[in-house]
Each structure stands twice: as structure tokens, then as C-alpha cells.
Design a protein around this ligand. Structure first.
Ligand code: NAP
Length: 311
């Protein structure tokens, strides 16, 4: 039986792995579909303390994994099929194999939110994408007009990044002011290649018949006017949804699907803790994920100490 299974290898999961490994708990750490988590798709991370020049997101995650493995964490590539938290020990089915554990730390993070348009779904990987860092440099986007949808830090960061490749970047936002931080707004708005389109939503991505994005249909929500805009790519950056589907009916979530925490990082199930973006609809930063990963590890360790007689 495992002492602790950590689900997810983003900042929260790997920090929990470092702490539980250093506590001699030999954690089993499951990567899920995206080893290293969302930070591996970012370019330079400028706000993680300790890196005055910034650090590449992929490099940061590799460093965290190495650090966890140095103390005995066992990182395993695996997809979580289901969980049974109805009794103790806790049960997890990973790629058809059942694993039992005394404690579980859920650090499954979140995934990009989609606009929900049929044409968007039809054109995913044919010009519609959710990650500028992953796809921005593709030949099909070079020296072409591109569209970014959203008004938060992600949208402005992606738009700024895409100006390296695009002829121009149209930033479509549904309101008349951005949600993003002041520094990101200043950086984006002073870039002559970035053209904000205010009070507008994308109602259709054009090019379905050709299987290649050729533009977007827009609606101005103030005036109701519709228009089209030519572009070679649509980068959707409208936030994230937590990866909690596999825990449906077992872990309590809020209206947005985020895991609901009680004291600290405890969930409604004894011995199950949650950390990082999967339980955080407010801060969602690499450093807050690392912080809660640390807290979950300490709480799991204490739980094991208190409850040893139960096993
Ligand atoms: P976010 O802050 O939640 O912003 C989402 C944006 O998308 C908002 O502007 C929102 O519009 C818009 N939106 C949401 N649903 C929409 C829909 N269905 N159609 C059209 N627009 C829609 O998400 P985020 O930008 O991904 O940022 C998440 C967190 O990560 C934030 O805390 C952010 O500070 C952080 N972050 C930080 C950095 C950095 O510091 N370098 C970089 C990226 C992200 P409204 O404004 O009208 O709600």
C-alpha cells in the first residue's frame, strides 16, 4: 500500500512530491496527460521568486521533478481512470491497474476554457489553438493576421508573444477594459502590432469547409453589429476549467467545478487533500500552487502520523 499518491505534476504536485519525499514517504506521483502541467506551455516565467532573470517554464518543471526524484519521489506516466474514495484505504485505478493508498493529494490543475462554438471545435488543430507558446511559431501563422480572444493576463501575454510571428494581432475582448494586470496591459497596448477590438465576441470561426481557419465572425455586443475579420489563426485565452471530472460524486466542488477545501487543503474525504489550480479559482499562480502543494504535503504527513493506528 502507498503512503501517499500525488495526482498531477504541475507546480502543486511536484512541490507536494518534494515535501513528502523529504519526509521519507516515497510518494507515487502520477503525471496525467500533461507531464509538468500548464507551465510547460509558457515561455519565460518572470514572477516565480528566486529567478531574477526569469526561467523557462519547461525548465522550471524539469528542475522541480529532478528535485523531487532526488529525495525518492517515484514519478510515473499514467492516466487516472477512476477513484473510489468511499472507504479506507483509498483506491485509484490507473491505466486499468488498481493502486491503494493511505492518502491522496489531488493536483490535477486546470485546462483551457473553450468558446463552445461548433466551428471552433471543428477547426481545433487547423488554426484554432489554446496555446500561443506551443503553436505560435508554426509556419501557417508566420506573417499572417492572427486573432486572440480574451482580456486577462493570458490573452495579453499570448498576444504580445504572437507579435514575434504575426503581421498583426487582433485582440477580441467582450468588454471595454481588460482584466489583465497593469504591466501586461501597458506592454500589450504599446505594441503597434496589437489591435484591440472592444465589446466584441466571436460567433463563428470561418474556414470549416476548407479545414483551415480563414477568419472570424464577430458581434459587437453594444451595437449588435456583425462583421468578419480575416485571420490565419485563432488563439483562445479565456481562462481555464479545473480538471475534476474523474472525482465527480466523490469530492465536493463549487459551482465552477473547483474542489472545495475545508481547513487548509483538506477535502470532504479524510486523507484526500487538494492543491494548486484544481482548488483555486482566485490566484492561480505558479507560486501559490507550489505553496498549497507544500501545505497539502505537510497535512498528509500529519494525517499519516495521527491515523497510523487505522492502518
Ligand atoms: P482570467 O483572468 O480569468 O481572464 C479570462 C478572460 O477571458 C477575461 O477577460 C474574460 O472576460 C474572458 N472570457 C471568459 N469567458 C469568456 C467567453 N466565454 N467569451 C469571451 N471572453 C471570455 O484568465 P487568464 O487570463 O487565463 O488568467 C488566469 C490567472 O492566471 C489570473 O490570475 C492571471 O493573473 C494569471 N496569469 C498570470 C500571468 C502572468 O503573471 N504572467 C500570465 C497568465 C495568467 P471578462 O474580463 O469580461 O470576465
Amino acid at each position: 500500500m502507498e503512503q501517499v499518491v500525488i495526482i498531477g505534476t504541475g507546480c502543486a504536485g511536484l512541490t507536494a512530491a518534494i515535501y513528502t519525499a523529504r519526509a521519507n514517504l516515497s510518494p507515487l506521483v502520477l503525471t496525467g496527460a500533461m507531464p509538468g502541467g500548464l507551465l510547460t506551455t509558457t515561455s519565460t516565467v518572470e514572477n516565480f521568486p528566486g529567478f531574477p532573470e526569469g526561467i523557462d517554464g519547461f525548465q522550471l518543471m524539469q528542475n522541480l521533478q529532478k528535485q523531487a526524484e532526488r529525495f525518492g519521489a517515484r514519478v510515473q506516466f499514467g492516466h487516472l481512470d477512476s477513484v473510489d474514495f468511499s472507504g479506507h484505504p483509498l483506491k485509484l485505478v490507473v491505466d486499468g491497474e488498481t493502486i491503494i493508498s493511505k492518502t491522496v493529494i489531488v493536483a490535477t490543475g486546470s485546462k483551457p476554457r473553450a468558446l463552445g462554438l461548433p466551428s471552433e471545435e471543428a477547426l481545433e488543430k487547423h488554426g484554432v489553438t489554446y496555446c500561443a507558446t506551443c503553436d505560435g511559431a508554426l509556419p501557417q501563422f508566420r506573417n499572417q493576421p492572427l486573432v486572440v480572444v480574451g482580456g486577462g493576463d493570458s490573452a495579453l501575454e499570448e498576444a504580445t508573444y504572437l507579435t514575434r510571428f504575426a503581421s498583426e494581432v487582433h485582440l477580441i475582448h467582450r468588454r471595454d477594459s481588460f482584466r489583465a494586470s497593469v504591466i501586461m496591459q501597458e506592454r500589450a497596448l504599446k505594441n503597434p502590432k496589437i489591435k484591440p477590438v472592444w465589446n466584441s465576441v466571436v460567433t463563428e470561426v470561418l474556414g470549416v469547409a476548407e479545414k483551415k481557419v480563414s477568419g472570424v465572425r464577430l458581434k459587437n455586443i453594444e451595437t449588435g453589429m456583425t462583421s468578419t475579420l480575416s485571420c490565419a489563426g485563432v488563439f483562445v485565452a479565456i481562462g481555464h476549467v479545473p480538471n475534476t471530472a474523474v472525482f465527480n460524486g466523490q469530492l465536493e466542488t463549487d459551482a465552477g467545478g473547483y474542489i472545495q477545501l475545508r481547513e487548509g487543503t483538506r477535502t470532504n474525504v479524510r486523507g484526500v487533500f487538494a492543491a494548486g489550480d484544481v482548488a483555486d479559482s482566485v490566484y492561480r499562480q505558479a507560486i501559490t500552487a507550489a505553496g498549497t502543494g507544500c501545505a497539502a504535503a505537510i497535512e498528509a504527513e500529519r494525517f499519516l502520523g495521527e491515523e497510523t493506528e487505522n492502518y
